[in-house]
Ligand binder design. Structure first.
Ligand code: NAG
Ligand code: NAG
Ligand code: NAG
Ligand code: NAG
Ligand code: NAG
Length: 365
């Protein structure tokens, strides 16, 4: 299967209003569409990605200024010089990939959903990574419904004037923001809560367009593991491929449209390692947090043998900064050996996250 024609079907998807065209039929589609590619994908005159100093990755956009993961936050981050814009990808009830940090819309008051009387009866309790959570869950809302919501500033000590003014954006809209930038700006999407999403969004919509007709038949695809239906990870990689994100770290293709794929879930990373050679980052949480899919501990995943295994399919680790330098009473305490162990294996280290506010500077922002 070749993916070289994948750009072409962006127009097809756009025209039909459907989210997904299965890659099994891409050649068919490519053969019947004569429209030119969007010019932004062919732009060769852009200022290239800087590679001489560490990357500046805008975590959830410029979220100190605008509500996080909104178009405004990402555009401001690009204006401020970010090399990459970072996001978390989740899925709506109808299988559309969206940018949102949390599986619920009301955690930390981060949207104005409480003001929508038509959604009052939509609160649910689900188990998320071993904990029962109650709230309005992304997987219970269609894209059309969640587009009604406005995003709030997460922390009360930040500027509240934009609360409710910007909508949640889709993965595609986020990609368009990066591609529309006047210089090369990379993307840094996370496959977020994959166990939860695969459990609650049972299938991602796909359509088959019969050559020479407008007939659209809902169908299921054979997953890359041979089973029927698509997984969240399939849809995630398909979206990247549609927008021509491909190539290993520092390859010519990668430098043109740089992307890192990040996840806390090792099974998602190994699964997509079979689908794309884009560089992957293995996220590492607080020492108390177990892996959502494999139940491995922090000590399991940072052991010498596991780092040796991991380096075969990821280019780096993305640890929470307190696992690099521990803190005591809000002061730096001890430097751990994690960076040395990663560097000894040629693994990059992308730490999260740094902010100008000392008040809440933990992983949760
Ligand atoms: C939630 O955000 C709204 C602004 O949209 C604000 O008026 C309200 O006080 C916030 N509620 C809490 C509990 O922080
Ligand atoms: C709900 O609407 C009221 C009035 O417009 C506003 O003050 C409040 O902040 C809103 N709540 C949320 C959670 O956005
Ligand atoms: C979550 O709630 C359900 C229903 O009350 C219960 O069966 C389950 O054990 C709870 N899970 C956790 C992790 O507390
Ligand atoms: C990746 O592909 C190989 C070879 O087909 C297969 O053995 C392996 O199970 C796949 N890995 C995952 C995680 O799907
Ligand atoms: C995960 O591991 C912990 C101990 O590390 C154990 O107590 C727990 O039962 C395990 N959970 C699952 C679902 O295997």
């Amino acid at each position: 299967m070749t993916f070289s024609k994948i750009n072409v079907n962006i127009d097809v998807v756009h025209l039909t209003g459907f989210e997904v065209v299965p890659f099994l039929i891409l050649l068919t589609i490519a053969g019947c569409v004569g429209r030119p590619l969007p010019s932004k994908l062919d732009d060769v005159d852009k200022q290239p990605l800087q590679t001489s100093r560490p990357y500046n990755i805008a975590h959830r956009g410029s979220n100190g200024e605008f509500p996080e993961e909104t178009a405004a936050a990402y555009m401001r981050a690009i204006g401020e010089g970010a090399d990459f814009i970072e996001t978390e990808i989740l899925a709506s009830k109808d299988g559309v990939l969206i940018c949102s940090h949390d599986v619920t819309f009301d955690l930390d008051n981060r949207t104005n959903i409480a003001n929508f009387s038509q959604f009052a009866d939509r609160k649910r309790t689900y188990e998320v990574q071993g904990v029962n959570m109650t709230g309005w869950f992304v997987v219970d809302f269609t894209l059309e419904e969640l587009k009604l919501l406005g995003v709030n500033q997460r922390f009360s000590f930040r500027d509240q004037q934009y609360n409710g003014k910007f909508p949640i954006i889709t993965f595609k809209e986020y990609i368009s923001i990066a591609l529309d930038a006047k210089r090369v700006v990379g993307i840094y999407p996370e496959i977020k809560n994959p166990v939860f999403i695969n459990k609650h969004v049972s299938d991602f919509p796909c359509v088959i367009i019969i050559l020479g007709s407008k007939k659209i038949i809902p169908t299921q695809l054979i997953r890359s593991n041979g089973q029927m239906g698509k997984k969240f990870e399939d849809k995630f990689v398909e979206t990247l491929m549609k927008f021509a994100y491909k190539g290993s770290y520092m390859s010519k293709e990668w430098l043109k449209q740089p992307a890192f794929v990040q996840s806390f879930a090792p099974t998602s990373l190994t699964y997509i390692a079979n689908l794309t050679d884009l560089p992957k980052i293995f996220l590492i949480h607080d020492v108390t947090v177990l892996k959502e899919d494999t139940n491995q501990t922090y000590y399991d995943i940072t052991s010498d043998s596991y780092l040796d295994f991991m380096k075969n399919y990821v280019v780096g680790i993305g640890p929470w900064k307190d696992t690099i330098v521990t803190t005591k009473n809000n002061y730096l305490n001890e430097v751990t050996d994690l960076v040395a162990k990663a560097h000894a294996r040629g693994l990059q280290v992308h730490i999260f996250s740094w902010c100008m506010m000392s008040k809440i500077c933990e992983h949760s922002q």
